[in-house]
Structures are given as structure tokens and as C-alpha cells.
Design a protein around this ligand. Structure first.
Ligand SMILES: Nc1nc2c(c(=O)[nH]1)N[C@H]1C(S)=C(S)[C@@H](COP(=O)(O)OP(=O)(O)OC[C@H]3O[C@@H](n4cnc5c(=O)[nH]c(N)nc54)[C@H](O)[C@@H]3O)O[C@H]1N2
Ligand SMILES: Nc1nc2c(c(=O)[nH]1)N[C@H]1C(S)=C(S)[C@@H](COP(=O)(O)OP(=O)(O)OC[C@H]3O[C@@H](n4cnc5c(=O)[nH]c(N)nc54)[C@H](O)[C@@H]3O)O[C@H]1N2
Ligand SMILES: [Mo]
Length: 759
């Protein structure tokens, strides 16, 4: 069956609004999935790919980082996983003829949705200085251009090597190895905008910057708190785990400014009764104000401390540090102010407390609703305080569960994609490869943009992702990137970063997760690490999008040879031929990967060690789990203004727009909507259906405006608003970031709404 032609452009953004839904998945999800998949892939290919998602001999779903259970269903896919697969396995193609027909100025005028709909990129493409069009280029020439520009730099620190979290362990390991051999730790990644706050808070408090629970722990928990996360859309398979937990008697508290359909009721597509009736998941919904979570957990901690016998005193005495100072801060927390910060009632907090005290085993799960605020690190530390108080770390059914985004974002970090590597990691690299890696820290995402803006960075290389659309302060960032001498994107699909370029630009087309990867040494597998520290193999099974694509490891290996030349003693050619040789090196450099090649042969892979989880050992500065006592913070919003969070719709994967609907929230056919509480909207004189410009207010006085959003009266928390990213990134100031982690505060943007005539 031929695939349908791409949607026309300009794409009409004309949102229609109905009441939000109260249940996720179900039959509609299956119908929707098949329709989208067949539009991109046709019937036969749809069947062939969707049956291989997350099977033990198949490929890892490029959707999210949620782990696979041990017992796999024949179709271990979810609606949004299927969309991610269809987007990549599409039969549409971007060819040299496409680039000849569309000058870069034209690409820059297109929506992200339109760009993505054009299909897979088939040939390396080069935009020469002053040229209007990309033209085909050989791989040799492409690598020569990179070598020329990198060779012309005054210092290796004028180069930036960005990674988006779909990259395999093998490609990530090679990229960081190359960057360090070249001489820089400038390895910004999407994690800097994502779970960096979790990593910062967890490393300081428990000594490991990753989650401490497994899927089995979730099944065994008495109480699961899901804070700042929308699993129905972003981690749909998590609903199955929550369903199973509930079946074994767990209670669930959702903490969110929005009532999210997936957390209300789940109709499991894997079994027939579930499909129709569904189960309700949330037992208590705490409709917190945006940024009110630290206050909420502080209040719970205050109450736990005041409850007879509620503290696990033995655990606190044996395993923790800093209890007294923390307890003092919690006991003296001011009720009225703290409660006001949450926007909740005292009764709701007490209801939550009763559930907390009734639970022997508690898990807290969170995602971007907790990590993208100024005080995110302090908030997550307060979550850790909460769990430590009752000994909820390092035993079955309990622990911290930061739910990761990109399918291998956690693995990329494990492989050394980090601008601030530990000395131990660099020592191991030095011992294995015999060169002296740079020891000074590199630049994260925000600092990379500043360096480009200020002319301190001149070459930008991206292993995947869509840097200019995903990062904050679009106006500032695009101008900064345009100052680069060379921008290079290793990509599967077109996006805005290919249209907003440095003086010269390259697009290097690569294999995706679903593609078969054959090298001189035979058919290759790659590996990934999920959100719970399980490492396993991934094998694509589709014929690649064209004969000119290279795999990510091959691209890095060839770039390294072109740039480093014969002086490099690293066996890049061997690495390209046989990824097993890369894994042998990983096994000797990265702790927990001993016997790597043998262990991925086992179905399901293996678990990485996690000292707090496995042995209640906390490798922190004090050698114990650290309580911390930060002052309670929350965003202050001037009268007549709203606090805007920028979030995902149901039909997008970050900057990849699958479609223009957000089914669970009742939005159809458009993305320029702003969700506002009806009472707030009325006070601002904005009827449902009115149009408004969102205007950011930040201390620098610069006007940041996102025009023409349809106002939707929506049951969000008072004083709060929500609109989709990336359209709203223009409103997030570059220097509005989280303390310590430097993550853009894209969930707390103070805005005023100015009525505008129409879209
Ligand atoms: N289909 C699909 N799957 C994805 C992605 C995708 O775009 N599409 N993206 C992937 C990536 S990279 C990531 S990081 C994850 C993101 O997964 P999520 O974090 O679920 O993504 P967001 O849409 O940003 O949703 C944030 C949630 O937090 C809530 N929230 C906002 N502010 C606050 C607050 O102050 N407090 C509390 N308690 N809640 C708040 C919002 O209402 C919303 O429910 O998903 C991954 N999976
Ligand atoms: N305002 C606001 N901004 C945000 C966020 C937010 O909530 N609000 N969320 C932040 C978060 S959590 C994240 S993770 C970032 C995401 O930032 P990025 O990871 O940079 O962005 P993505 O949209 O995931 O990247 C999509 C592109 O990746 C490429 N791609 C897809 N698969 C592959 C592959 O297998 N290999 C290669 N080489 N390329 C591939 C395709 O060309 C596609 O266009 O955005 C952040 N920005
Ligand atoms: Mo993310």
C-alpha cells in the first residue's frame, strides 16, 4: 500500500476543543495507533515492525525509557511507542531532489510538523558558505569538512558535541572517547534539560544519580506517589505497572496541577475486560500549584516527624547524616505559608499523611513537573528526605523513581556523555586508551548556547536531537547557533536545526533503532539502559532507508579517523567493523559492565549495580544518605499574571510532532492553545475561545512573546497555565535555570496574557 502524501503546508493550526477525557488507552488508542502507523508505513511493514518492539530478539522501543517486564506480551507496544516506531520506520524519503526543490530559507519557514512529515533523510547533505540550498556530498568530503573546521580552532574547547538520548551505548561511548581524545569535555546533552536536577539531587543525597527501584518494586509497593509526570502520554507502559501494583493492593497519590486522564482511569489494551471497563488508578489527587512540591513534601515531613513512631529511627541512626538540622527545618516550617505555596487544603495534606503512615513500602515517581523549576534540586532533595524518614530506600517495594525520558538517555550518561566527568572515569579512560583526557569541566546545554552567542564556541556537532527547537530562549539561541562556523547534525529526520545553521552546515543521515545494522564484521547489535538500570541488546530488522546511510558508531569512528589522523592509537576501524570490540572496552572502563558481551546474550539483559538499592550503601561525601535542609521556595507570581508550564501533547515526541491532537485533554487540530483555570480566565477577561498572546515577564525586561494562542478554560490549579513546547520555548529565558543543575526552568514561566484579535 502506498503511504499517503505528507500533509500540506502551511499546516492549519485551528484547535477545536471538547471536554477532557477521564481514561487513557482503550480501543480508541489501538485504532489511532494503527491509523497513524499505516499512514507512515503501509500495512505489511506496520505488522513487521510493531511485532518486534521490545521483544527479546527485537529492537528497543525508541519511545521512552520505561523498562520491559519479564513476561512480554506478543504486542508489547503502546500507542505512543507505536507512533515513535512509525515515525522512524516511515517509507517517506528526503532525497537530494527534495533539497534542490527547497532552499534553506523555505525550510526555515516550515512548521516542525511539516519538516518531520517529509520522511527519512537518505544522503549526506552540505550547505556551503553563502549557499541557498543543501547539496549532496560524499561521506569523505563531509568528514574532511569537519576535520578542516575542527583543525582550525584555537582550542578544542571551541567545539561542542551534543547528544540526544536515543543514541546507543556503543555510539555514545565512541563519541565521548573521540571528544576527549580531541581534547574537550564539552559534551552537553538533552539530560541537561531533562533529569539533570534528579541526578544532582540524588548524587548528593544517596550517592547514585539514578533511580533505586525495579519493576518488581513497583509491583510490591503499598504506596506510589506520582508527582509531576503524565505517564498516560509519556510513559504509557507505566500504567500497566501501576495497574498491577493496584491489583496487589497499592494506593496511588497523584500530585499534579492538571488532572491527567492516564492517572485517572486506565483501559489496558492487553486484556479484553481492561479494555472496556478499565481500572481507576489514583486514590488521592493532590492538585498542587506549579512549583509547590517542595512545600508539599516539607509539610508531609513535618507531620511525619510529629507522628508517634512514624520515623524509622534505626535506619536514620545507622544509615543517614544531617537528620537534626533537617528535622529542625521541617518542625519549624510555617503551616500557613507552606500550605499556601501548595495551593492545597489542610484536609488534603492530612489525607495524604494517613496514606503515608499506613504504607510500609513507599515509592515516589517523578518527571519534568519536578525537574524544570528554579528550586528543582531542593524539591527532589525534599522527596529524598521524605523517603529516608521512613527508611524507604534500599529495601523491596520502596525507593526513588525518576522516570527518564529518551529511551537511552540514562545509558548515554553511564557511557560518559557528561560535561563534568568524575576523575575515576577519566582515570579509567586514560589507563585503557593511553592518552591524557582533559580534566577541566566542559559546557552544559545552557553554557554552550552562551559560548556560541559570545563567539567562544565555533563548531557545533549534534548526535541526534533538535537543538535549536528543544533549548530555551529561541530568539537568543537561534542567533547564537547562526554565529557558528560549522554545524553538523547526525539525524534520521529533518527538523528545525537543519534550517537554522552555522555558516556551513552538514546533515549526516543515520540508521535508527528499527534499521538493520550490517558492518564488515557482520550484523551488529547495540545496547541501551532503561530507566531502572537494566542493560539489554537492541536489533533492528528493517532494511535501512537507503544505501548511503551510516550507523552512528560508524559515523563517529570515521570522523575520528579524519580528525585525529594516524596519531590516534585508538582502533577506530576495528570498532566500526565489530561493535563487540567497543563493548570489550566499555567493560574495562565503566563499572558494572564486566563481561558485557556475554551478559547481553542473555535474554532480557542484566541489571547494573546500585549501591543504595543493593546493599544500603551510600557512596556520598559523608558515606551515609544525606538529609538536607534547604529553605522552602516557590515561584512568586505578581497579580494579574499566570505561571505557565510548557509541556507535551499526546501527539508529539519532544520536538517531533506526530499530529495536531491532544486527545486526552480534548484538543483537536491545533497546538497553539493555552489552558487556564476558568476563574483566572474570567478575571483576566478572557472567554473560552478568545485568542491571546503569551508575553513572558523576566527580570531582564526583554519582551518575549508567543502570539496567537486559543484560550481554553481548563481545570488546572488556580494561578497556573499550560501550553505546549517547543512553541513556547521562545518564552523561557536562557538564564532562568535551576540552581545547581542549570536545567532551564521551563515549567515555571511568569506570563501575562494579552488578548489578540484571532489566530
Ligand atoms: N509520547 C511521548 N513520550 C515521551 C516524550 C514525548 O514527548 N512524547 N518525551 C520523553 C521525554 S524526553 C521525557 S523527559 C518524558 C517527559 O515526561 P513528563 O514529565 O510526563 O512530560 P511533560 O509533558 O513535560 O509533563 C509534565 C507533567 O508534570 C506536570 N507538572 C508541571 N509542573 C508541575 C509542578 O510544578 N508540580 C507537579 N507536581 N507537576 C507539575 C504537568 O501537568 C504534566 O502532567 O517523556 C518521554 N516520553
Ligand atoms: N520548554 C520546554 N523545553 C524542553 C522541555 C520541556 O518540557 N519544555 N523538555 C526538555 C527535554 S526533557 C528534553 S529530553 C529535550 C529534548 O531535546 P532533543 O533530544 O534535542 O530533541 P528531540 O525532539 O527528542 O530530537 C528529535 C530529533 O532527533 C533525531 N533522531 C531521532 N532518532 C534518532 C536516532 O536514532 N539517531 C539520531 N542521530 N537522531 C535521531 C531526529 O532527527 C529528530 O528530529 O527538550 C527539552 N526542552
Ligand atoms: Mo527528556
Amino acid at each position: 500500500m502506498p503511504s499517503k502524501p505528507p500533509a500540506g503546508d502551511p499546516v492549519q493550526d485551528a484547535p477545536q476543543v471538547a471536554a477532557p477525557q477521564h481514561a487513557a488507552a482503550g480501543l480508541t488508542a489501538i485504532a489511532h495507533t494503527l491509523r497513524m502507523a499505516q499512514q507512515q508505513m503501509g500495512v505489511a511493514r506496520t505488522a513487521r515492525t510493531l511485532l518486534k518492539v521490545n521483544q527479546k530478539d527485537g529492537f528497543d522501543c525508541p519511545g521512552c525509557a520505561w523498562p520491559e517486564g519479564d513476561k512480554r506480551h506478543l504486542a508489547e507496544f503502546c500507542e505512543n511507542g507505536a507512533k515513535a516506531v512509525a515515525e522512524e520506520a516511515t517509507v517517506r524519503r528526503v532525497t537530494p531532489e527534495f533539497f534542490a526543490a527547497h532552499p534553506v530559507s523555505d525550510l526555515a519557514d516550515r512548521s516542525g510538523y511539516w519538516l518531520g512529515q517529509q520522511g527519512r533523510i537518505t544522503r549526506p547533505a552540505y550547505l556551503a558558505e553563502g549557499a541557498t540550498h543543501y547539496e549532496p556530498v560524499t561521506w569523505e568530503k563531509a568528514f574532511a569538512i569537519i576535520a578542516e573546521e575542527l583543525g582550525a580552532l584555537d582550542s578544542p574547547d571551541e567545539a561542542l558535541f551534543y547528544t540526544s538520548g536515543r543514541t546507543s551505548n556503543e555510539a555514545a561511548f565512541l563519541l565521548q572517547l573521540f571528544a576527549r581524545e580531541f581534547g574537550t569535555n564539552n559534551l552537553p546533552d538533552c539530560s541537561n534539560m531533562c533529569h539533570e536536577s534528579s541526578g544532582s539531587a540524588l548524587t548528593e543525597t544517596i550517592g547514585v544519580g539514578k533511580g533505586s527501584v525495579s519493576l518488581e518494586d513497583l509491583h510490591r509497593a503499598d504506596l506510589i506517589i506520582v508527582a509531576g509526570q503524565n505517564p498516560g502520554t509519556n510513559h504509557p507502559r507505566m500504567l500497566t505497572a501501576l495497574e498491577q501494583a493496584k491489583a496487589s493492593g497499592a494506593k496511588i497519590i497523584s500530585v499534579n496541577p492538571l488532572p491527567e486522564a492516564g492517572l485517572e482511569r486506565f483501559k489496558n489494551p492487553q486484556h479484553v475486560t481492561g479494555l472496556v471497563k478499565g481500572v481507576s488508578l489514583t486514590d488521592l489527587f493532590l492538585q498542587v500549584r506549579i512549583g509547590g512540591d517542595q512545600a508539599l513534601f516539607r509539610l508531609l515531613n513535618k507531620l511525619v516527624l510529629a507522628s508517634e513512631g512514624a520515623v524509622d529511627e534505626r535506619f536514620v541512626a545507622e544509615h543517614t547524616h544531617g537528620f537534626e538540622e533537617f528535622a529542625e527545618a521541617a518542625r519549624t516550617a510555617d503551616w500557613d505559608e507552606t500550605l499556601a505555596a501548595t495551593g492545597l487544603t489542610r484536609g488534603e495534606i492530612e489525607q495524604a499523611l494517613a496514606m503515608v503512615l499506613a504504607s510500609e513500602r513507599t515509592i515516589v515517581c517523578w518527571a519534568m513537573g519536578l525537574t524544570q523549576h528554579k528550586h528543582s534540586v531542593a524539591t527532589i532533595r525534599e522527596v529524598v528526605n521524605f523517603l529516608l524518614l521512613r527508611g524507604n530506600i534500599g529495601r523491596p517495594g520502596a525507593g526513588v523513581c525518576p522516570v527518564r525520558g529518551h529511551s537511552n538517555v540514562q545509558g548515554d550518561r553511564t557511557m560518559g556523555i557528561f560535561e563534568r566527568p568524575s576523575a575515576a572515569f577519566l582515570d579509567a579512560l586514560e589507563a585503557e586508551f593511553g592518552f591524557a583526557p582533559p580534566r577541566h569541566h566542559g559546557l552544559d546545554v545552557v553554557r554552550s548556547i552562551e559560548a556560541l552567542r559570545d563567539g567562544r564556541a565555533k563548531v557545533f556537532f549534534a548526535m541526534g536531537g533538535n537543538f535549536v527547537a528543544a533549548t530555551p530562549d529561541t530568539g537568543v539561541t537561534e542567533a547564537a547557533v547562526r554565529r557558528a562556523r560549522l554545524t553538523v547534525h547526525v539525524s534520521t529526520k529533518l527538523n528545525r536545526s537543519h534550517a537554522v545553521t552555522g555558516r556551513r552546515a552538514l546533515i549526516l543521515p543515520t540508521l535508527g533503532r528499527t534499521d538493520k545494522d550490517v558492518q564488515a564484521g557482520g550484523r551488529q547489535v547495540v545496547t541501551v539502559e532503561d530507566s531502572m538500570g537494566m542493560v539489554h541488546a537492541s536489533r533492528g530488522n528493517l532494511a535501512p532507508a537507503g544505501p548511503h546511510l551510516l550507523s552512528e558508531p560508524a559515523i563517529v569512528a570515521r570522523m575520528a579517523r579524519a580528525v585525529l589522523g594516524p596519531a590516534s592509537r585508538t582502533p577506530w576501524e576495528e570498532f566500526e567493523k565489530d561493535y563487540g570490540t567497543i563493548r570489550d572496552r566499555i567493560a574495562r572502563v565503566v563499572p558494572g559492565f564486566e563481561d558485557f558481551n556475554a551478559r547481553i546474550a542473555r535474554p532480557g539483559g542484566f541489571a547494573l549495580p546500585h549501591a543504595p538499592r543493593d546493599e544500603r550503601r551510600f557512596p556520598t561525601a559523608t558515606g551515609k544518605a544525606n538529609f538536607t535542609a534547604a529553605p522552602v521556595e516557590y515561584p512568586r507570581v505578581p497579580a494579574g499574571r499566570l505561571l505557565l508550564q510548557t509541556l507535551r501533547s499526546h501527539d508529539q515526541y519532544n520536538t517531533t510532532i506526530y499530529g495536531l491532537d491532544d486527545r486526552y485533554r480534548g484538543i483537536k487540530g491545533g497546538r497553539r492553545v493555552v489552558l487556564v483555570h476558568p476563574d483566572d480566565a474570567r478575571e483576566l477577561g478572557l472567554a473560552d475561545g478568545a485568542y491571546a498572546d503569551l508575553v513572558g515577564e523576566w527580570k531582564d525586561g526583554v519582551e518575549r512573546r508567543a502570539p496567537g494562542f486559543r484560550v481554553v478554560h481548563y481545570p488546572t490549579a488556580r494561578g497556573c497555565a499550560a501550553a505546549y513546547y517547543p512553541e513556547t520555548n521562545v518564552l523561557v529565558p536562557l538564564d532562568s535555570t535551576a540552581d545547581t543543575s542549570n536545567t532551564p526552568a521551563s515549567k515555571s514561566v511568569v506570563v501575562r496574557l494579552e488578548q489578540s484579535p484571532s489566530a
